[in-house]
Design a protein. Structure first.
Lengths: 283, 282
């Protein structure tokens, strides 16, 4: 929870797995240290063809990967009021404006309706580049509205997480978004409408401790950092180095918290088959 | 019970209303902890242990008893006072089995139509290897969802430190109260200061920026009521602090006496659904 949330995703720099595309024509793979052509990487869905390392991708790339083509975006106009009038290195309002001009997104979530192998679905994708994908009241409201839309239309919901947790700059208002979203998910659960949670690198804090762990299916991409507390906080608390692979997707699978670890190239067909199972084939 | 009598505590320095002073009071070594309140408010309290899966977490205490003659289930985060007790209670930082025990007891209360009182007082959920292995995030997430559909009244009270998701995991109440000098925040002032000022020593400044006092939370419409404390803080008079809490609890529970299970679920949903602060830019 953002007890431990950092302003920027800490993992990418640690492992060198920068999501930000460099201007260069090649990139070094953090998984196998091979030098890869940017073009090859792009053609392979930002997955290393040598070792399978999954590079981070942005929210729109994610939607392209999962949806058939066109989609309708919802609630694009939602903006935070800055309820705390928060000020750090810069006023929070200014930070939001800067983030918007850099990412062309008003906040850290994109909410759309589209089709996935011809089935109508609502999809929310978090954008890690926007203040670490953190959840403030705009993310909370967008996801809650997507849940309500799924309820009203009996449409399956997919949420793709990439987030450091609740957003510090909105204080306890961010915290309560966890309760607000899970209340919505309770209704979705009672109505028997499928919710698939996709956890990508990284998913931590208040996002993991709310909707990301509450899917009818919780599935993750390989090698994603997934946890409640961030690794650095745990190391500081227990004063020892964490074991290799701790809090990675495979670790969570082994400990029983994921239904499956699914490669990016197989994600769409996996979700499609799951929704066929839950809701019957598309007619 | 591990409540221990305290020596006359010194008063924290600073402006009586400053957020930092509230932080110090919320964490005051002499401040009454959950069991101090339970001992004074819940007659014939019977503690119940274990999550039925892994173990019993001493950082969360649960059990049943009578509040002014009303049968209630209590689930509470418990800190220790002596060094030994602090270690035993893991400094009030629950592990997944603690959250799962709390949920088990809430469901047990629901089965027999008894209301639940939750006392929140934790620096946060425990950030450790074992806690992660056993699904700290999943345990908190499931508690949040299951509380939203609990068919009996749930009154949550932040009595000291409301440390982020670890506190909220008991906090999705029909009514949420906060003691006058309690704090509730998404991040500790120290961690916040380390991030924004690169200096944990500037926690005092961060405490103001985070708007974590009871008055702030009430103003932000995230809690329903502030429970007054004895002059100078709850550490000065446990009995009076408990009596003030008793009044607020009884009033809260009685306000739901006529509510149907469906009403309770809907009221709780609507209350949390409204939380947020956004506008639409066209
Ligand atoms: Zn590689």
């Amino acid at each position: 929870m953002a007890w431990f949330t950092r302003d920027k995703p800490s993992v990418s720099t640690q492992r060198g797995g920068r999501t930000v595309k460099t201007e260069g024509l090649w990139e070094k793979c953090p998984g196998c240290s091979q030098i890869l052509w940017r073009k090859t990487l792009e053609e392979n869905g930002e997955v290393c063809p040598k070792c399978g390392y999954h590079f981070k991708i942005d929210a729109f790339a994610r939607l392209k990967l999962l949806l058939d083509g066109e989609w309708v975006e919802h609630d694009k106009g939602l903006r935070s009021t800055d309820p705390l009038e928060f000020f750090d290195a810069q006023p929070y309002k200014q930070r939001l404006a800067n983030m918007e001009s850099r990412t062309k997104l008003p906040d850290a979530a994109v909410s759309v309706t589209g089709t996935l192998n011809r089935r109508k679905v609502n999809v929310c994708a978090l954008e890690l580049k926007f203040i670490g994908g953190s959840m403030g009241c705009v993310v909370g409201e967008k996801i809650t509205r997507a849940i309500e839309r799924s309820l009203a239309e009996k449409t399956p919901l997919v949420i793709v997480s990439a987030s450091g947790g609740a957003r510090m700059q909105e204080g306890a208002v961010s915290l309560m978004q966890m309760a607000k979203i899970t209340a919505g998910l309770m209704r979705l659960d009672e109505a028997g409408i499928p919710f698939v949670s996709v956890l990508t690198d990284p998913t931590t804090g208040g996002v993991t401790a709310s909707f990301a762990m509450l899917g009818d299916l919780n599935i993750a991409e390989p090698g994603a950092l997934i946890g409640f507390a961030g690794p650095r906080v745990i190391e500081q608390t227990i004063r020892q180095k964490l074991p290799e692979g701790f809090q990675r997707s495979e670790f969570l699978l082994e400990h029983g918290f994921l239904d499956a670890v699914v490669k990016r190239s197989e994600l769409k067909s996996f979700i499609s088959r799951a929704l066929d199972f839950f809701a019957g084939p598309v007619t | 019970m591990d409540s221990e009598t305290t020596k006359a505590p010194e008063q924290p320095a600073g402006d009586a209303d400053s957020p930092w002073r509230r932080v110090q009071l919320a964490r005051h070594p002499g401040r009454p902890h959950s069991l101090d309140y339970i001992e004074r408010l819940v007659k014939e309290f019977q503690e119940l242990h274990g999550d039925r899966f892994f173990g019993d977490d001493p950082a969360i205490v649960g059990g049943f008893g009578l509040l002014e003659g009303r049968p209630v289930m209590v689930v509470a985060q418990q800190k220790g006072r002596s060094t030994k007790q602090k270690l035993h209670r893991n400094f009030g930082m629950p592990k997944p089995e603690g959250y799962r025990k709390a949920l088990r007891l809430m469901k047990l209360a629901e089965k027999f139509s008894r209301p639940v009182i939750a006392l929140l007082d934790t620096p946060g959920a425990y950030p450790g290897i074992d806690a992660e292995e056993r699904g700290q995030a999943e345990a908190i997430a499931v508690n949040l969802r299951e509380m939203t559909r609990l068919k009996v009244p749930l009154v949550s009270v932040v009595i000291g430190e409301g440390g982020s998701g670890g506190a909220l995991a008991l906090g999705v109440g029909n009514r949420v109260l906060m003691l006058e000098n309690a704090i509730y925040s998404v991040i500790s002032p120290e961690s916040c200061a380390a991030i924004i000022y690169r200096d944990a020593g500037l926690a005092e400044k961060a405490a103001s920026a985070l708007r974590l006092t009871a008055a702030d939370l009430l103003h932000l419409q995230l809690v329903d009521e502030i429970v007054p404390e004895p002059a100078g803080g709850a550490q000065n008079d446990y009995d009076q602090a408990a009596a003030l809490l008793r009044d607020a609890l009884v009033r809260s529970l009685d306000s739901f006496a006529a509510a149907s299970p469906a009403d309770l679920v809907e009221q709780r949903y609507d209350k949390f659904r409204r939380m947020g602060s956004y506008f639409t830019d066209s």
